[in-house]
Design a protein around this ligand. Structure first.
Ligand SMILES: NC(=O)c1ccc[n+]([C@@H]2O[C@H](COP(=O)([O-])OP(=O)(O)OC[C@H]3O[C@@H](n4cnc5c(N)ncnc54)[C@H](OP(=O)(O)O)[C@@H]3O)[C@@H](O)[C@H]2O)c1
Length: 345
């Protein structure tokens, strides 16, 4: 049994982490830390949690206990950096859900995140926790960096092709679509229902922080061709839809590509291969990533859907915790999906 600190427990991902910790058979207890909400009761922040757990006070981050076994850090980017290094230096295990440790190269932080990275050594020692791809034996670090939500959907869509057909790839283009909860719970005018309703727009064109993260993971697998990434805001609260278009230098066979994906995800409990493009409604509220592949001549279109707060955040973080502690990766996630789900078409 382990004890957990949920730092940023008053946020959107924090609430999901609380729900998962509450139902996890190996989590003994957890403490919740917040910023502006410190001193408030959990049930006043999230009334829907009443009768699903005991009420607790949200503690201030400055009162952080070092007596816990694992810390989920779910703070705005730039803030995790102020906390994670001292936890690691104190021998603690940390799963960071922000972008502060995702990139390997500290030089990229000023351009993409707007700050100098003061702890480049931690970027090298972390494990990038794309949990359906990283093998159990690779969880050798106390620091796991949880991937971004767009990056999760894109990488699960593309990595199988990159690993198998790398030399033949001419270009990859990823279009991502997100609901408004992807931006967290701080109020913003452009996220008001009256602005979103009936509307769709591209945002952060050529500037989205998940671009260098996706490229880093593709480059590390030998990919070096053209890549573009664009993101759009949908008039919904939860969900990410990702459409990737890949051009190869030669024609490809649908059956062969399907076989590549089936083999790649044969052991995965949370990736479901579909015979039609997935719908957001099939995955919202679950830790599943649903993927469909369609080939014609030399082009491949891969569609994928995830819940940004679960597969793209808290659910994947729990999967990472399970792998870090050598438990079955679906432990405690079962209420959000069927254990040992079969891959099916
Ligand atoms: N939302 C998603 O879909 C998603 C998916 C994957 C990763 N992420 C990343 O995960 C992190 C958390 O996202 P979220 O959506 O849960 O955000 P959120 O709803 O805005 O919650 C942010 C949390 O951080 C705390 N906080 C805010 N400002 C702070 C500060 N200056 N110093 C210390 N703590 C502060 C807040 O505490 P108070 O409320 O008490 O002030 C709250 O608990 C972000 O880095 C985000 O990029 C988000």
């Amino acid at each position: 049994m382990i004890s957990i600190g949920i730092i940023g427990g008053s946020g959107y991902l924090g609430k999901k982490l609380i729900q998962f910790c509450e139902s996890h058979p190996f989590v003994d207890d957890y403490e919740i830390y917040g910023f502006n909400s410190s001193g408030e009761n959990l049930f006043s922040i999230s009334p829907e949690l009443a009768n699903t757990t005991f009420d607790k006070k949200v503690k201030n981050i400055s009162e952080l206990s070092l007596n816990l076994d694992l810390y989920f850090v779910s703070l705005p980017h730039g803030e995790s950096l102020n906390i994670v290094p001292s936890l690691i230096d104190n021998g603690k295990k940390v799963i960071d859900l922000s972008g502060d440790f995702r990139l390997n190269n500290s030089d990229l932080y000023p351009e993409w995140y707007g700050f100098e990275h003061s702890f480049p050594e931690f970027l090298k020692q972390k494990v990038y926790g794309l949990s359906d791809v990283v093998k159990n034996e690779s969880y050798t670090s106390n620091l796991i960096s949880n991937p971004g939500c767009f990056a999760t959907a894109a990488l699960l869509s593309i990595i199988p092709i990159v690993e198998q057909y790398n030399k033949k790839i001419v270009s990859i283009s990823v279009n991502g679509y997100s609901g408004s909860s992807g931006a967290g719970k701080s109020p913003r005018v452009d996220l008001l229902l009256s602005e979103l309703d009936g509307n769709v727009m591209a945002y952060n064109v050529h500037k989205h922080r998940h671009e260098p993260e996706i490229l880093q993971e593709l480059n590390s697998r030998g990919f070096n061709s053209h890549f573009t990434f664009s993101t759009h805001l949908l008039p919904i609260a939860v969900g990410i839809y990702s459409t990737s278009t890949i051009h190869l230098s030669n024609n490809v066979d649908q059956k062969k590509i399907e076989e590549t994906y089936s083999n790649f995800f044969a052991e995965s409990q949370f990736v479901r291969l579909r015979n039609t493009p997935p719908q957001l409604k099939w995955v919202v509220g679950s830790n599943f990533c649903d993927i469909n592949i369609s080939t014609r001549k030399n082009s491949i279109i891969i569609t994928a859907a995830i819940d940004n707060l679960i597969k793209g955040g808290a659910g994947q973080a729990i999967q990472n915790m399970n792998k870090l502690f050598n438990w079955d990766e679906s432990t405690g996630i079962v209420p959000y999906g069927v254990k040992n789900a079969q891959l099916y078409k």
